[in-house]
Design a protein around this ligand. Sequence first.
Ligand code: FAD
Length: 402
Amino acid sequence: MKDLTDILIVGGGIIGMATALELQSCDGAAKITVLEKEATPAVHQSGHNSGVIHAGVYYAPGSLKARFCRAGVQATEAFCTEHGVPFDRVGKLIVATSDAEVTRLSALGMRARSNGIDIQDVDEAALRKMEPHINGRAALFSPSTGITDYKQMTAVMANLFVQRGGIIRYGEQVITGRETSTHVAVTTHHGEIHAGRVVTCAGLQSDRVIRTFGQDPGYRVVPFRGEFFRLLNQPDDLVRHLIYPVPDPERPFLGVHLTRKIAGGFTVGPNAVLAFKREGYKLTDFSAKDLSETFGYAGFWRMLAQNAGSAVSELTASVSKRAYLKRIRKYCSHVQLKDLSPYPAGVRAQAVAPDGNIIDDFLFVRSARCLHVGNAPSPAATAAVPIAAHIATTLFEPHTQS
Ligand SMILES: Cc1cc2nc3c(=O)[nH]c(=O)nc-3n(C[C@H](O)[C@H](O)[C@H](O)COP(=O)(O)OP(=O)(O)OC[C@H]3O[C@@H](n4cnc5c(N)ncnc54)[C@H](O)[C@@H]3O)c2cc1C
């Protein structure tokens, strides 16, 4: 006999678990099953990130990122408060260190304000008062940025879901999905499950999983390692806030930032270098399959051609600790080479279009019975609860093939 479930969720990261909880709260009688290929929740991106509750400063006005991130700050804080997950609204300073950065900072401030984000201008003297160890010409202050532990948050979501009658099957990898007019047949190494609706939230494997369901995702995941260091030998008051550089318009990521950790201490990172394995956290991790897919994808080479300068400088910062340190010393000259101690890296699932463009916004792929979360990069941990609410409201809407 086949296993039957009303709703099947693929992926036990923060988006999968938030979606499971949300769908359960919409329909307490529905049988909802989560399939996760690893042995525990949040093994990949949701357990290897900066732990920042982003306020929504950077995102294009009107984008899904802007909308869901803004709502995500309150939703994350509310979830953490209700369920005893530690968080701290520490605030963040985005620090400009040159004339060019001061100009870009003011454009960033305008973007934040048009997103409805509380953002305050800070001049050099005020910055020195706020952060005596930080050097900069000017800064933007975002008081609502915070920190938490997304791995713990995901684990709490998973426990709640199970306590309320949900089913999570760990160690079960989805191999194929076939949609019919009455159900979706999903196969794993353990057998077949028939579901009325399917949501996939497969992170670094999202494009592959979408393809196994017979859909064209319209992008390929290119994995980027984000390397961090823990800062040793620092006073507790090294910084009171999170310290970010002004983002470089040539680079898709936010830059190496100095982050207070919710469990104590500080990290710096992450940079962004091509990973040789989608779920490979060590520099030496290598997958012939992953690498040949990346190198065989024309979109990858087009992206590389469009971002050649930043690719070289990211690689330099990866192989040379001294080059990495230079990025931090730009705004915090207090840090020395001996203070940088290895800290676990993360791997970002970056969706790249066939024309080489890095897909910036969150992306969903629909069919009649399936909703696939395609691109969900940062700030998707912050935005997980609103993303889940969006999935819950759209999953049962009729879908017309475009
Ligand atoms: C270095 C780094 C720093 C970041 N910093 C921040 C930050 O500070 N703030 C923020 O908001 N966001 C941040 N992010 C982004 C955030 O972590 C991710 O956007 C978010 O965790 C995505 O969650 P997810 O559930 O989509 O993916 P994941 O957490 O990757 O989960 C996907 C799950 O799907 C499972 N899976 C895949 N394929 C299958 C299959 N075939 N069958 C069964 N299971 C499958 C995987 O095992 C995995 O558990 C950061 C990310 C990185 C990498």
